[in-house]
Each structure stands twice: as structure tokens, then as C-alpha cells.
Design a protein around this ligand. Sequence first.
Ligand code: HEC
Length: 500
Amino acid sequence: MRLCSRSKLVLACSALGVTFSLAACGGDDTAADAAADGGMMKSQTPKNDANAPTWYKDIAPIVSDKCTGCHTEGGIAPFSMKSYESAKDFAGSMAQAVEDGRMPPFLAQETDACKPRLPWANDIRLSADQKKTIRAWANAGAPEGDKAHPGKLGTPAPTKLAREDVVLTVPEKITVDGKQDIHTCMVLDPKLKEDGYVIGRQITAGNNAVLHHVVSYLVTPQTKADGTMQTRAEMLAALKKEKNVAPGGRYDCFGGPSLTTVGFEMLDAWAPGGVPSMAPPDSGQPISKDALVLLDTHYHPTGNGAETDDSTHLGLMLATSKPKLVSRVILLGNFEGTNDTNFGTSTLLKQPGESKAEFMIPAGEAKHVEEMTWTWKLGKTALRVYAMGTHMHYVGQDMRVTLEHAAGARKQECLIETPVWDFNWQRGYAYDAAYADLPEMLDGDTVRMRCVFNNTTDNAHVLKALDDRGLDAPVDVPLGEDTLDEMCLAAVGIVYPNPN
Ligand code: HEC
């Protein structure tokens, strides 16, 4: 079994983005308005309540752990929580945002239908007590407390890779102006001397104000019709022919590289605030010396004049010895066209009222469901799931991925649900568990993807997409790779014994 022949697994196009909200680019207004609504006014002075939580003792420890990855000077969020001075005016809106669940952004949520068995790593959600503490602090007028006796600050996840063995920088200066988002796929050459394994990946933004998200891929030689592999020269020629692009160049793309004449597989998905993405212990993603790297990049204009980016880069950390396990992210779903027969089969399920199964979201439908299954043909190989992500476009509302076991005591387990989908806050979610405890996928097991779509103007993202296209009413939405097409894709981080 060759799990790396990705063209079999990545069905149709693919993307798992990790992005931040469009509203992030609106400047301070949102936050300032919210602060005014949310309780404390800027002129309010702290009340004299000796028992109230204070910034130094209670609030800084919470926000240093859960918020300052983004809410920092020059960060993507509209205000900084690094100091009392910069945070205090937002106390009311901070309390409101965490009570509403808007902040911190974390799309994976437990629902009645989906309770993943394992906790998430780097779970930045607040406990009920922490939310109450922020509310009590805001209600007391945001007291500063005693700088000399602070509470213990949190230890946020590391923000830098320990080592960058390969550095891939945007090939040219990108200028983001006007109103138009830029969706571009940049092709870069890591110029590797030998095959290896990627164990860590990290994007460093060149301009936080406009870099919205980056999904990175390996572009690899593909198996030819005669069963042999493309050489590197053949891969480069195919890329040139299909997209008129060479290493150092770029082409327009949305929601994935959409390449059919060369292979590609996902490396990583990044959004502002993202921490380095590390492979599980003693595992790595094989990288061929012939591989290129593709950065599927989304820039969003600030609305306040031109911004440029000439320094965003992807850092890769490579293994120094051969890992025992292989880990990588595969994309399941959207099986149109390619129906894999080697190690899985996919089926689009017929929904009530449909005469035949069809992926089509009619204009005006608020709760349209599409479901598909992927059934593994793995022989004796067992795959474990170390991370999960969901991917839809602008019409998506809710996505759930369930693993149904063909045999064994555990009949099924929910892997992830993102019940309040937001295109702008996509990312991957890793389980916080040892290899032996991770969900196991065996021959005959089925992964079920269930997507709910809202194709009405009640969906703010639909409104935005229609506006971008100059349309004033929803249209029927088919499967596809355009802004007003849809997908129902699960990104599954898998780890399995290294066959080499
Ligand atoms: C992953 C990055 C990220 C993290 C972590 C994060 N924020 Fe935000 N926050 C943003 C961005 C971007 C915006 C502006 C866009 C928006 O509102 O979605 C924002 C806006 C806000 C706003 C103003 C708008 C609103 O929704 O009220 C508040 C208040 C806020 N955040 C509070 C918090 C608090 C409190 C935490 C931690 C418990 C937190 N944020 C964690 C990125 C982040």
C-alpha cells in the first residue's frame, strides 16, 4: 500500500485553511464599539471592591495563556492584552466576547451529537470560572491590582520552530490594495539534496495586516499512465503546461492548488496566531528531494490603502534520523471524478427527498445536508488519527466527521464537529494523547462526513461572496473550487508505522 500516492486520496481539490476573521482588518472600531456596548465605558473608574479580581493577580494569567498569541502589539487582533494600559478599556467587551464564545476562536466544539473521546492540544478555550473572573473584573471597573504581587503567567504554546532547516520565502513582493482579496498559489523550490522527513512547519507572516491564511502543499511527481513515476523534469514540464508556472512563480487559485497532472499533498495549514505545527513524536512526513512546495495564500486588503508583503516564509524542520512513524495530513471527501479503488471507496449518500445522490445546494435553502462516506481498504495496515480539521467554503454552517468501526467494542466515535463554521477561522486541531490512545482506522472502517449548508442571505459569508461577485441573490451552489462553489472535506492527520 502506498499512502503517499496522494492523487488517490486527495479527491477533487483540497484545502484546509487556518484563517482569521475578515473583521480583523476593520481596525479598532469593532473592539471599541463592543467595549462601549459590552459594559465598561472608557471613562469608568475602578470601584473600590477589595475582593474583585485584578489585572495583575487574575486577568493577566488568563489572557497570557489564551489571548496574547493574537492580541499583542502589531498582532492581528485589534488591541493588545500585553499590558494593563492597553487592555483595560476593553474589559467589558472581553467579558462579552468570551461569554458569547466569539473569543478565543476555536471552532472544534462538543455537541450533543459529537463528543470526541480525547482532549485537544493547545485548547485555548476558557473554563466557566475563567469567564466569570473576566466578567467580575469588568464589572468592578477593571482594577489594576498590585504590580509587585502578580499571579503566575500562563505558558503559551511555543511560537517558533526550534530549527528552520529549509526556508521558503514568497518569491516576489505582493501588493494588496483596494477591495479585492488575493488568492494566489506560489511555487517554490526547497532544493533538497536528499529525501527526508518533515517534522515541523511554520509560517512567519511578512505582513500581519493583510496575510489572511496560508495552506502549504508538497508538489510531487505523479504516477504516469504507464505505471512509472514522473521524473522531476517531467513534473516541472507538466506544471508548466497545466498552470504555466515554474518554481519562483505563482498562479491564481482558490481553496486549493487544483492540480491534476502532478501530485500534491498537504503540508500544513496556518492562520495568524498559529503555533508551529509539529509532527507527533518519532514521526515525520516523507519529502522527496524532487518535491516542490506550494503556498496557497490568501491576502485580504485593509481598506486603508496599499500594503505589501515580501517576506512571508515557510520554515521546515527536517528529521535528523529516520522516524519510526509516518505522519501526514490527508483530505477525504469531495470524491467527484476520482473514485479510489486501491485503499478506499467513497460514496455520496442520498438525502431524503433526492431521487439520486447529488452534491447541489439549492439557492435559498437554510439547512441543506450533504453526507459522504469513505470506507478504508487497508489490508493489515492500521492508521491512527492524530489531528482533524474541517473544510467548507462560504455556504458551510456545520461539519461533523465520525469514524465508524467495522469491528470491535467501540462501534463509532466522533472525530470532530465544527458546529459554527467560519471560513475565516479554519485550522487543524490535534488530539492531546499518546500514539496508542489515538483513534485507530482499520480495514473496513468508514469515515463519515456530514456538512450542513445555509445558502441564504442570513449567512453573512454568503452575503460577502455574493457581493464579491456582484450578485444580489443566492444561486445554486455545486461542488467545486470557486468562491461560490462548495466542498465538504475532512482533513485527517494520520500516523502509522514507517514502512521504510
Ligand atoms: C487566534 C487569534 C486570537 C485569539 C487567540 C484571541 N483573539 Fe480576540 N480577536 C482576534 C481578532 C483577529 C479580532 C478581530 C476580528 C474579530 O472580531 O473576529 C479579535 C477581536 C476581539 C475582540 C473585539 C471584538 C469582539 O468580538 O468583541 C475582543 C473583545 C477579543 N478579541 C477578546 C479576546 C479574548 C478575551 C481572548 C482570549 C480569551 C481572545 N480575544 C483571543 C484574534 C484573537
